[in-house]
Design a protein around this ligand. Structure first.
Ligand SMILES: Nc1ncnc2c1ncn2[C@@H]1O[C@H](COP(=O)(O)OP(=O)(O)OP(=O)(O)O)[C@@H](O)[C@H]1O
Length: 344
């Protein structure tokens, strides 16, 4: 899996930022045991495919999240310290970079700042989802700031980085509800085929290779998930598209958002999401174009976007693609009904 581009971003903003950032800290295992109460179950923030994450507090009082990697020993070909050193030099205000690490015996641990508002996934589907803190303004802010973070990785970081695992659980939120995208380039440290083997991985592009265009596809799915509140399953775009043909944007938006004109306010995020999640990689925009589209407030740009042929209903209703669309849409419609029943 190629996560760092061979082109090293000549003269990019990344050079400047790399020189000014603080030195990486090597933590001792003893220090991290003390901070996390020996990786106590009560300190556990969550668990993913490759790691468990624990809340901790250092002796200076600062709060940290310690990521304890699983199955490290399978990847002895990778130089853990070198990879982490490279990744931790990549800094942007919307990226959550590694603050330090520990490489002792069999233990491989990554240390991050603790994000008190946790991850986007916990707000959409997890422990905070019932409160529905994410109004339209916050959703738009998360869309823009996470796009800026990935655009930085693709276009300005040195070396340039393919994220490789763009998903809602890797978008953490700071106290202002700005995105802090994490786990970038980290797939290189993990078992390669793990993500691909998950057939229900709705974020995975049809071409199934880690690339900038693959990140754009995953980001498009993430935008549709952010607006609709539905899980990133296969069939999400196929459920959204017919509603876009009918210009029924209000029906796409998460039913928990109780505001006026939600469809109109989040329309742009839906359209950009669909452009990103096109099956053909060459049709997708770049991440800098995504940032530009999401941030541009002009009416002309909006009508240009709306006129894209992708958002026009195909003439023939009996063609293969349309039938595929319907099959995918059924999966999501069932989920929608479940969701309504749960709320009632
Ligand atoms: N810096 C952090 N601050 C607060 N919570 C965090 C932090 N890092 C991770 N978490 C929490 O820990 C959970 C587990 O993270 P982890 O990276 O192990 O798995 P994941 O991203 O959820 O899934 P996967 O790695 O399989 O994609 C996250 O969902 C998040 O809620």
């Amino acid at each position: 899996m190629q996560l760092f581009s061979s082109c090293c971003g000549k003269g990019s903003a990344g050079d400047k930022e790399a020189k000014t950032e603080p030195p990486r800290k090597i933590f001792s295992l003893k220090e991290l045991h003390a901070a996390t109460n020996s990786f106590n179950y009560d300190n556990k923030l969550g668990e993913g495919r490759f790691s468990s994450v624990y809340w901790g507090q250092l002796s200076d009082g600062s709060q940290i999240a310690v990521k304890r990697l699983k199955s490290w020993t399978n990847r002895e070909d990778i130089n853990f310290t070198l990879e982490v050193e490279i990744l931790s030099r990549i800094r942007h205000k919307n990226l959550l970079s590694v603050r330090g690490y520990c490489n002792e015996g069999q233990e491989r641990l990554l240390v991050y700042d603790y994000m008190p508002s946790l991850s986007l996934v916990s707000h959409l589907h997890g422990q905070h989802s019932a409160e529905c803190i994410l109004d339209c303004t916050k959703r738009i802010k998360i869309a823009i700031t996470s796009a800026q973070a990935i655009a930085y990785l693709h276009h300005h970081a040195t070396p340039r980085v393919v994220h490789g695992d763009v998903r809602a659980s890797n978008v953490l939120l700071d106290s202002e509800f700005e995105a802090r995208v994490t786990d970038f380039g980290y797939g290189k440290l993990m078992p390669e085929d793990e993500a691909k083997s998950n057939n229900n991985n709705g974020y995975l592009s049809p071409e199934r290779v880690a690339s900038e265009a693959g990140d754009v596809y995953s980001f498009g799915i993430l935008l549709l998930e952010l607006v609709s509140g539905k899980r990133a399953k296969l069939g999400l775009t196929e459920w959204v598209l017919p509603l876009v043909y009918e210009r029924k944007f209000g029906e796409i938006v998460d039913q928990r958002v109780k505001e006026e004109d939600v469809g109109e306010r989040l329309k742009k995020v839906v359209l950009v999401g669909l452009l990103c999640a096109q099956r053909e990689a060459e049709m997708r925009p770049t991440m800098s174009q995504v940032v530009e589209m999401l941030m541009n407030e002009s009416k002309e740009k909006m009508s240009e976007l709306e006129c894209n042929p992708l958002f026009k209903k195909p003439c023939s209703s009996g063609d293969e693609n349309h039938r595929e669309d319907q099959e995918g849409a059924d999966v999501i419609t069932e989920e929608k009904d479940d969701h309504h029943q749960q709320q009632e």
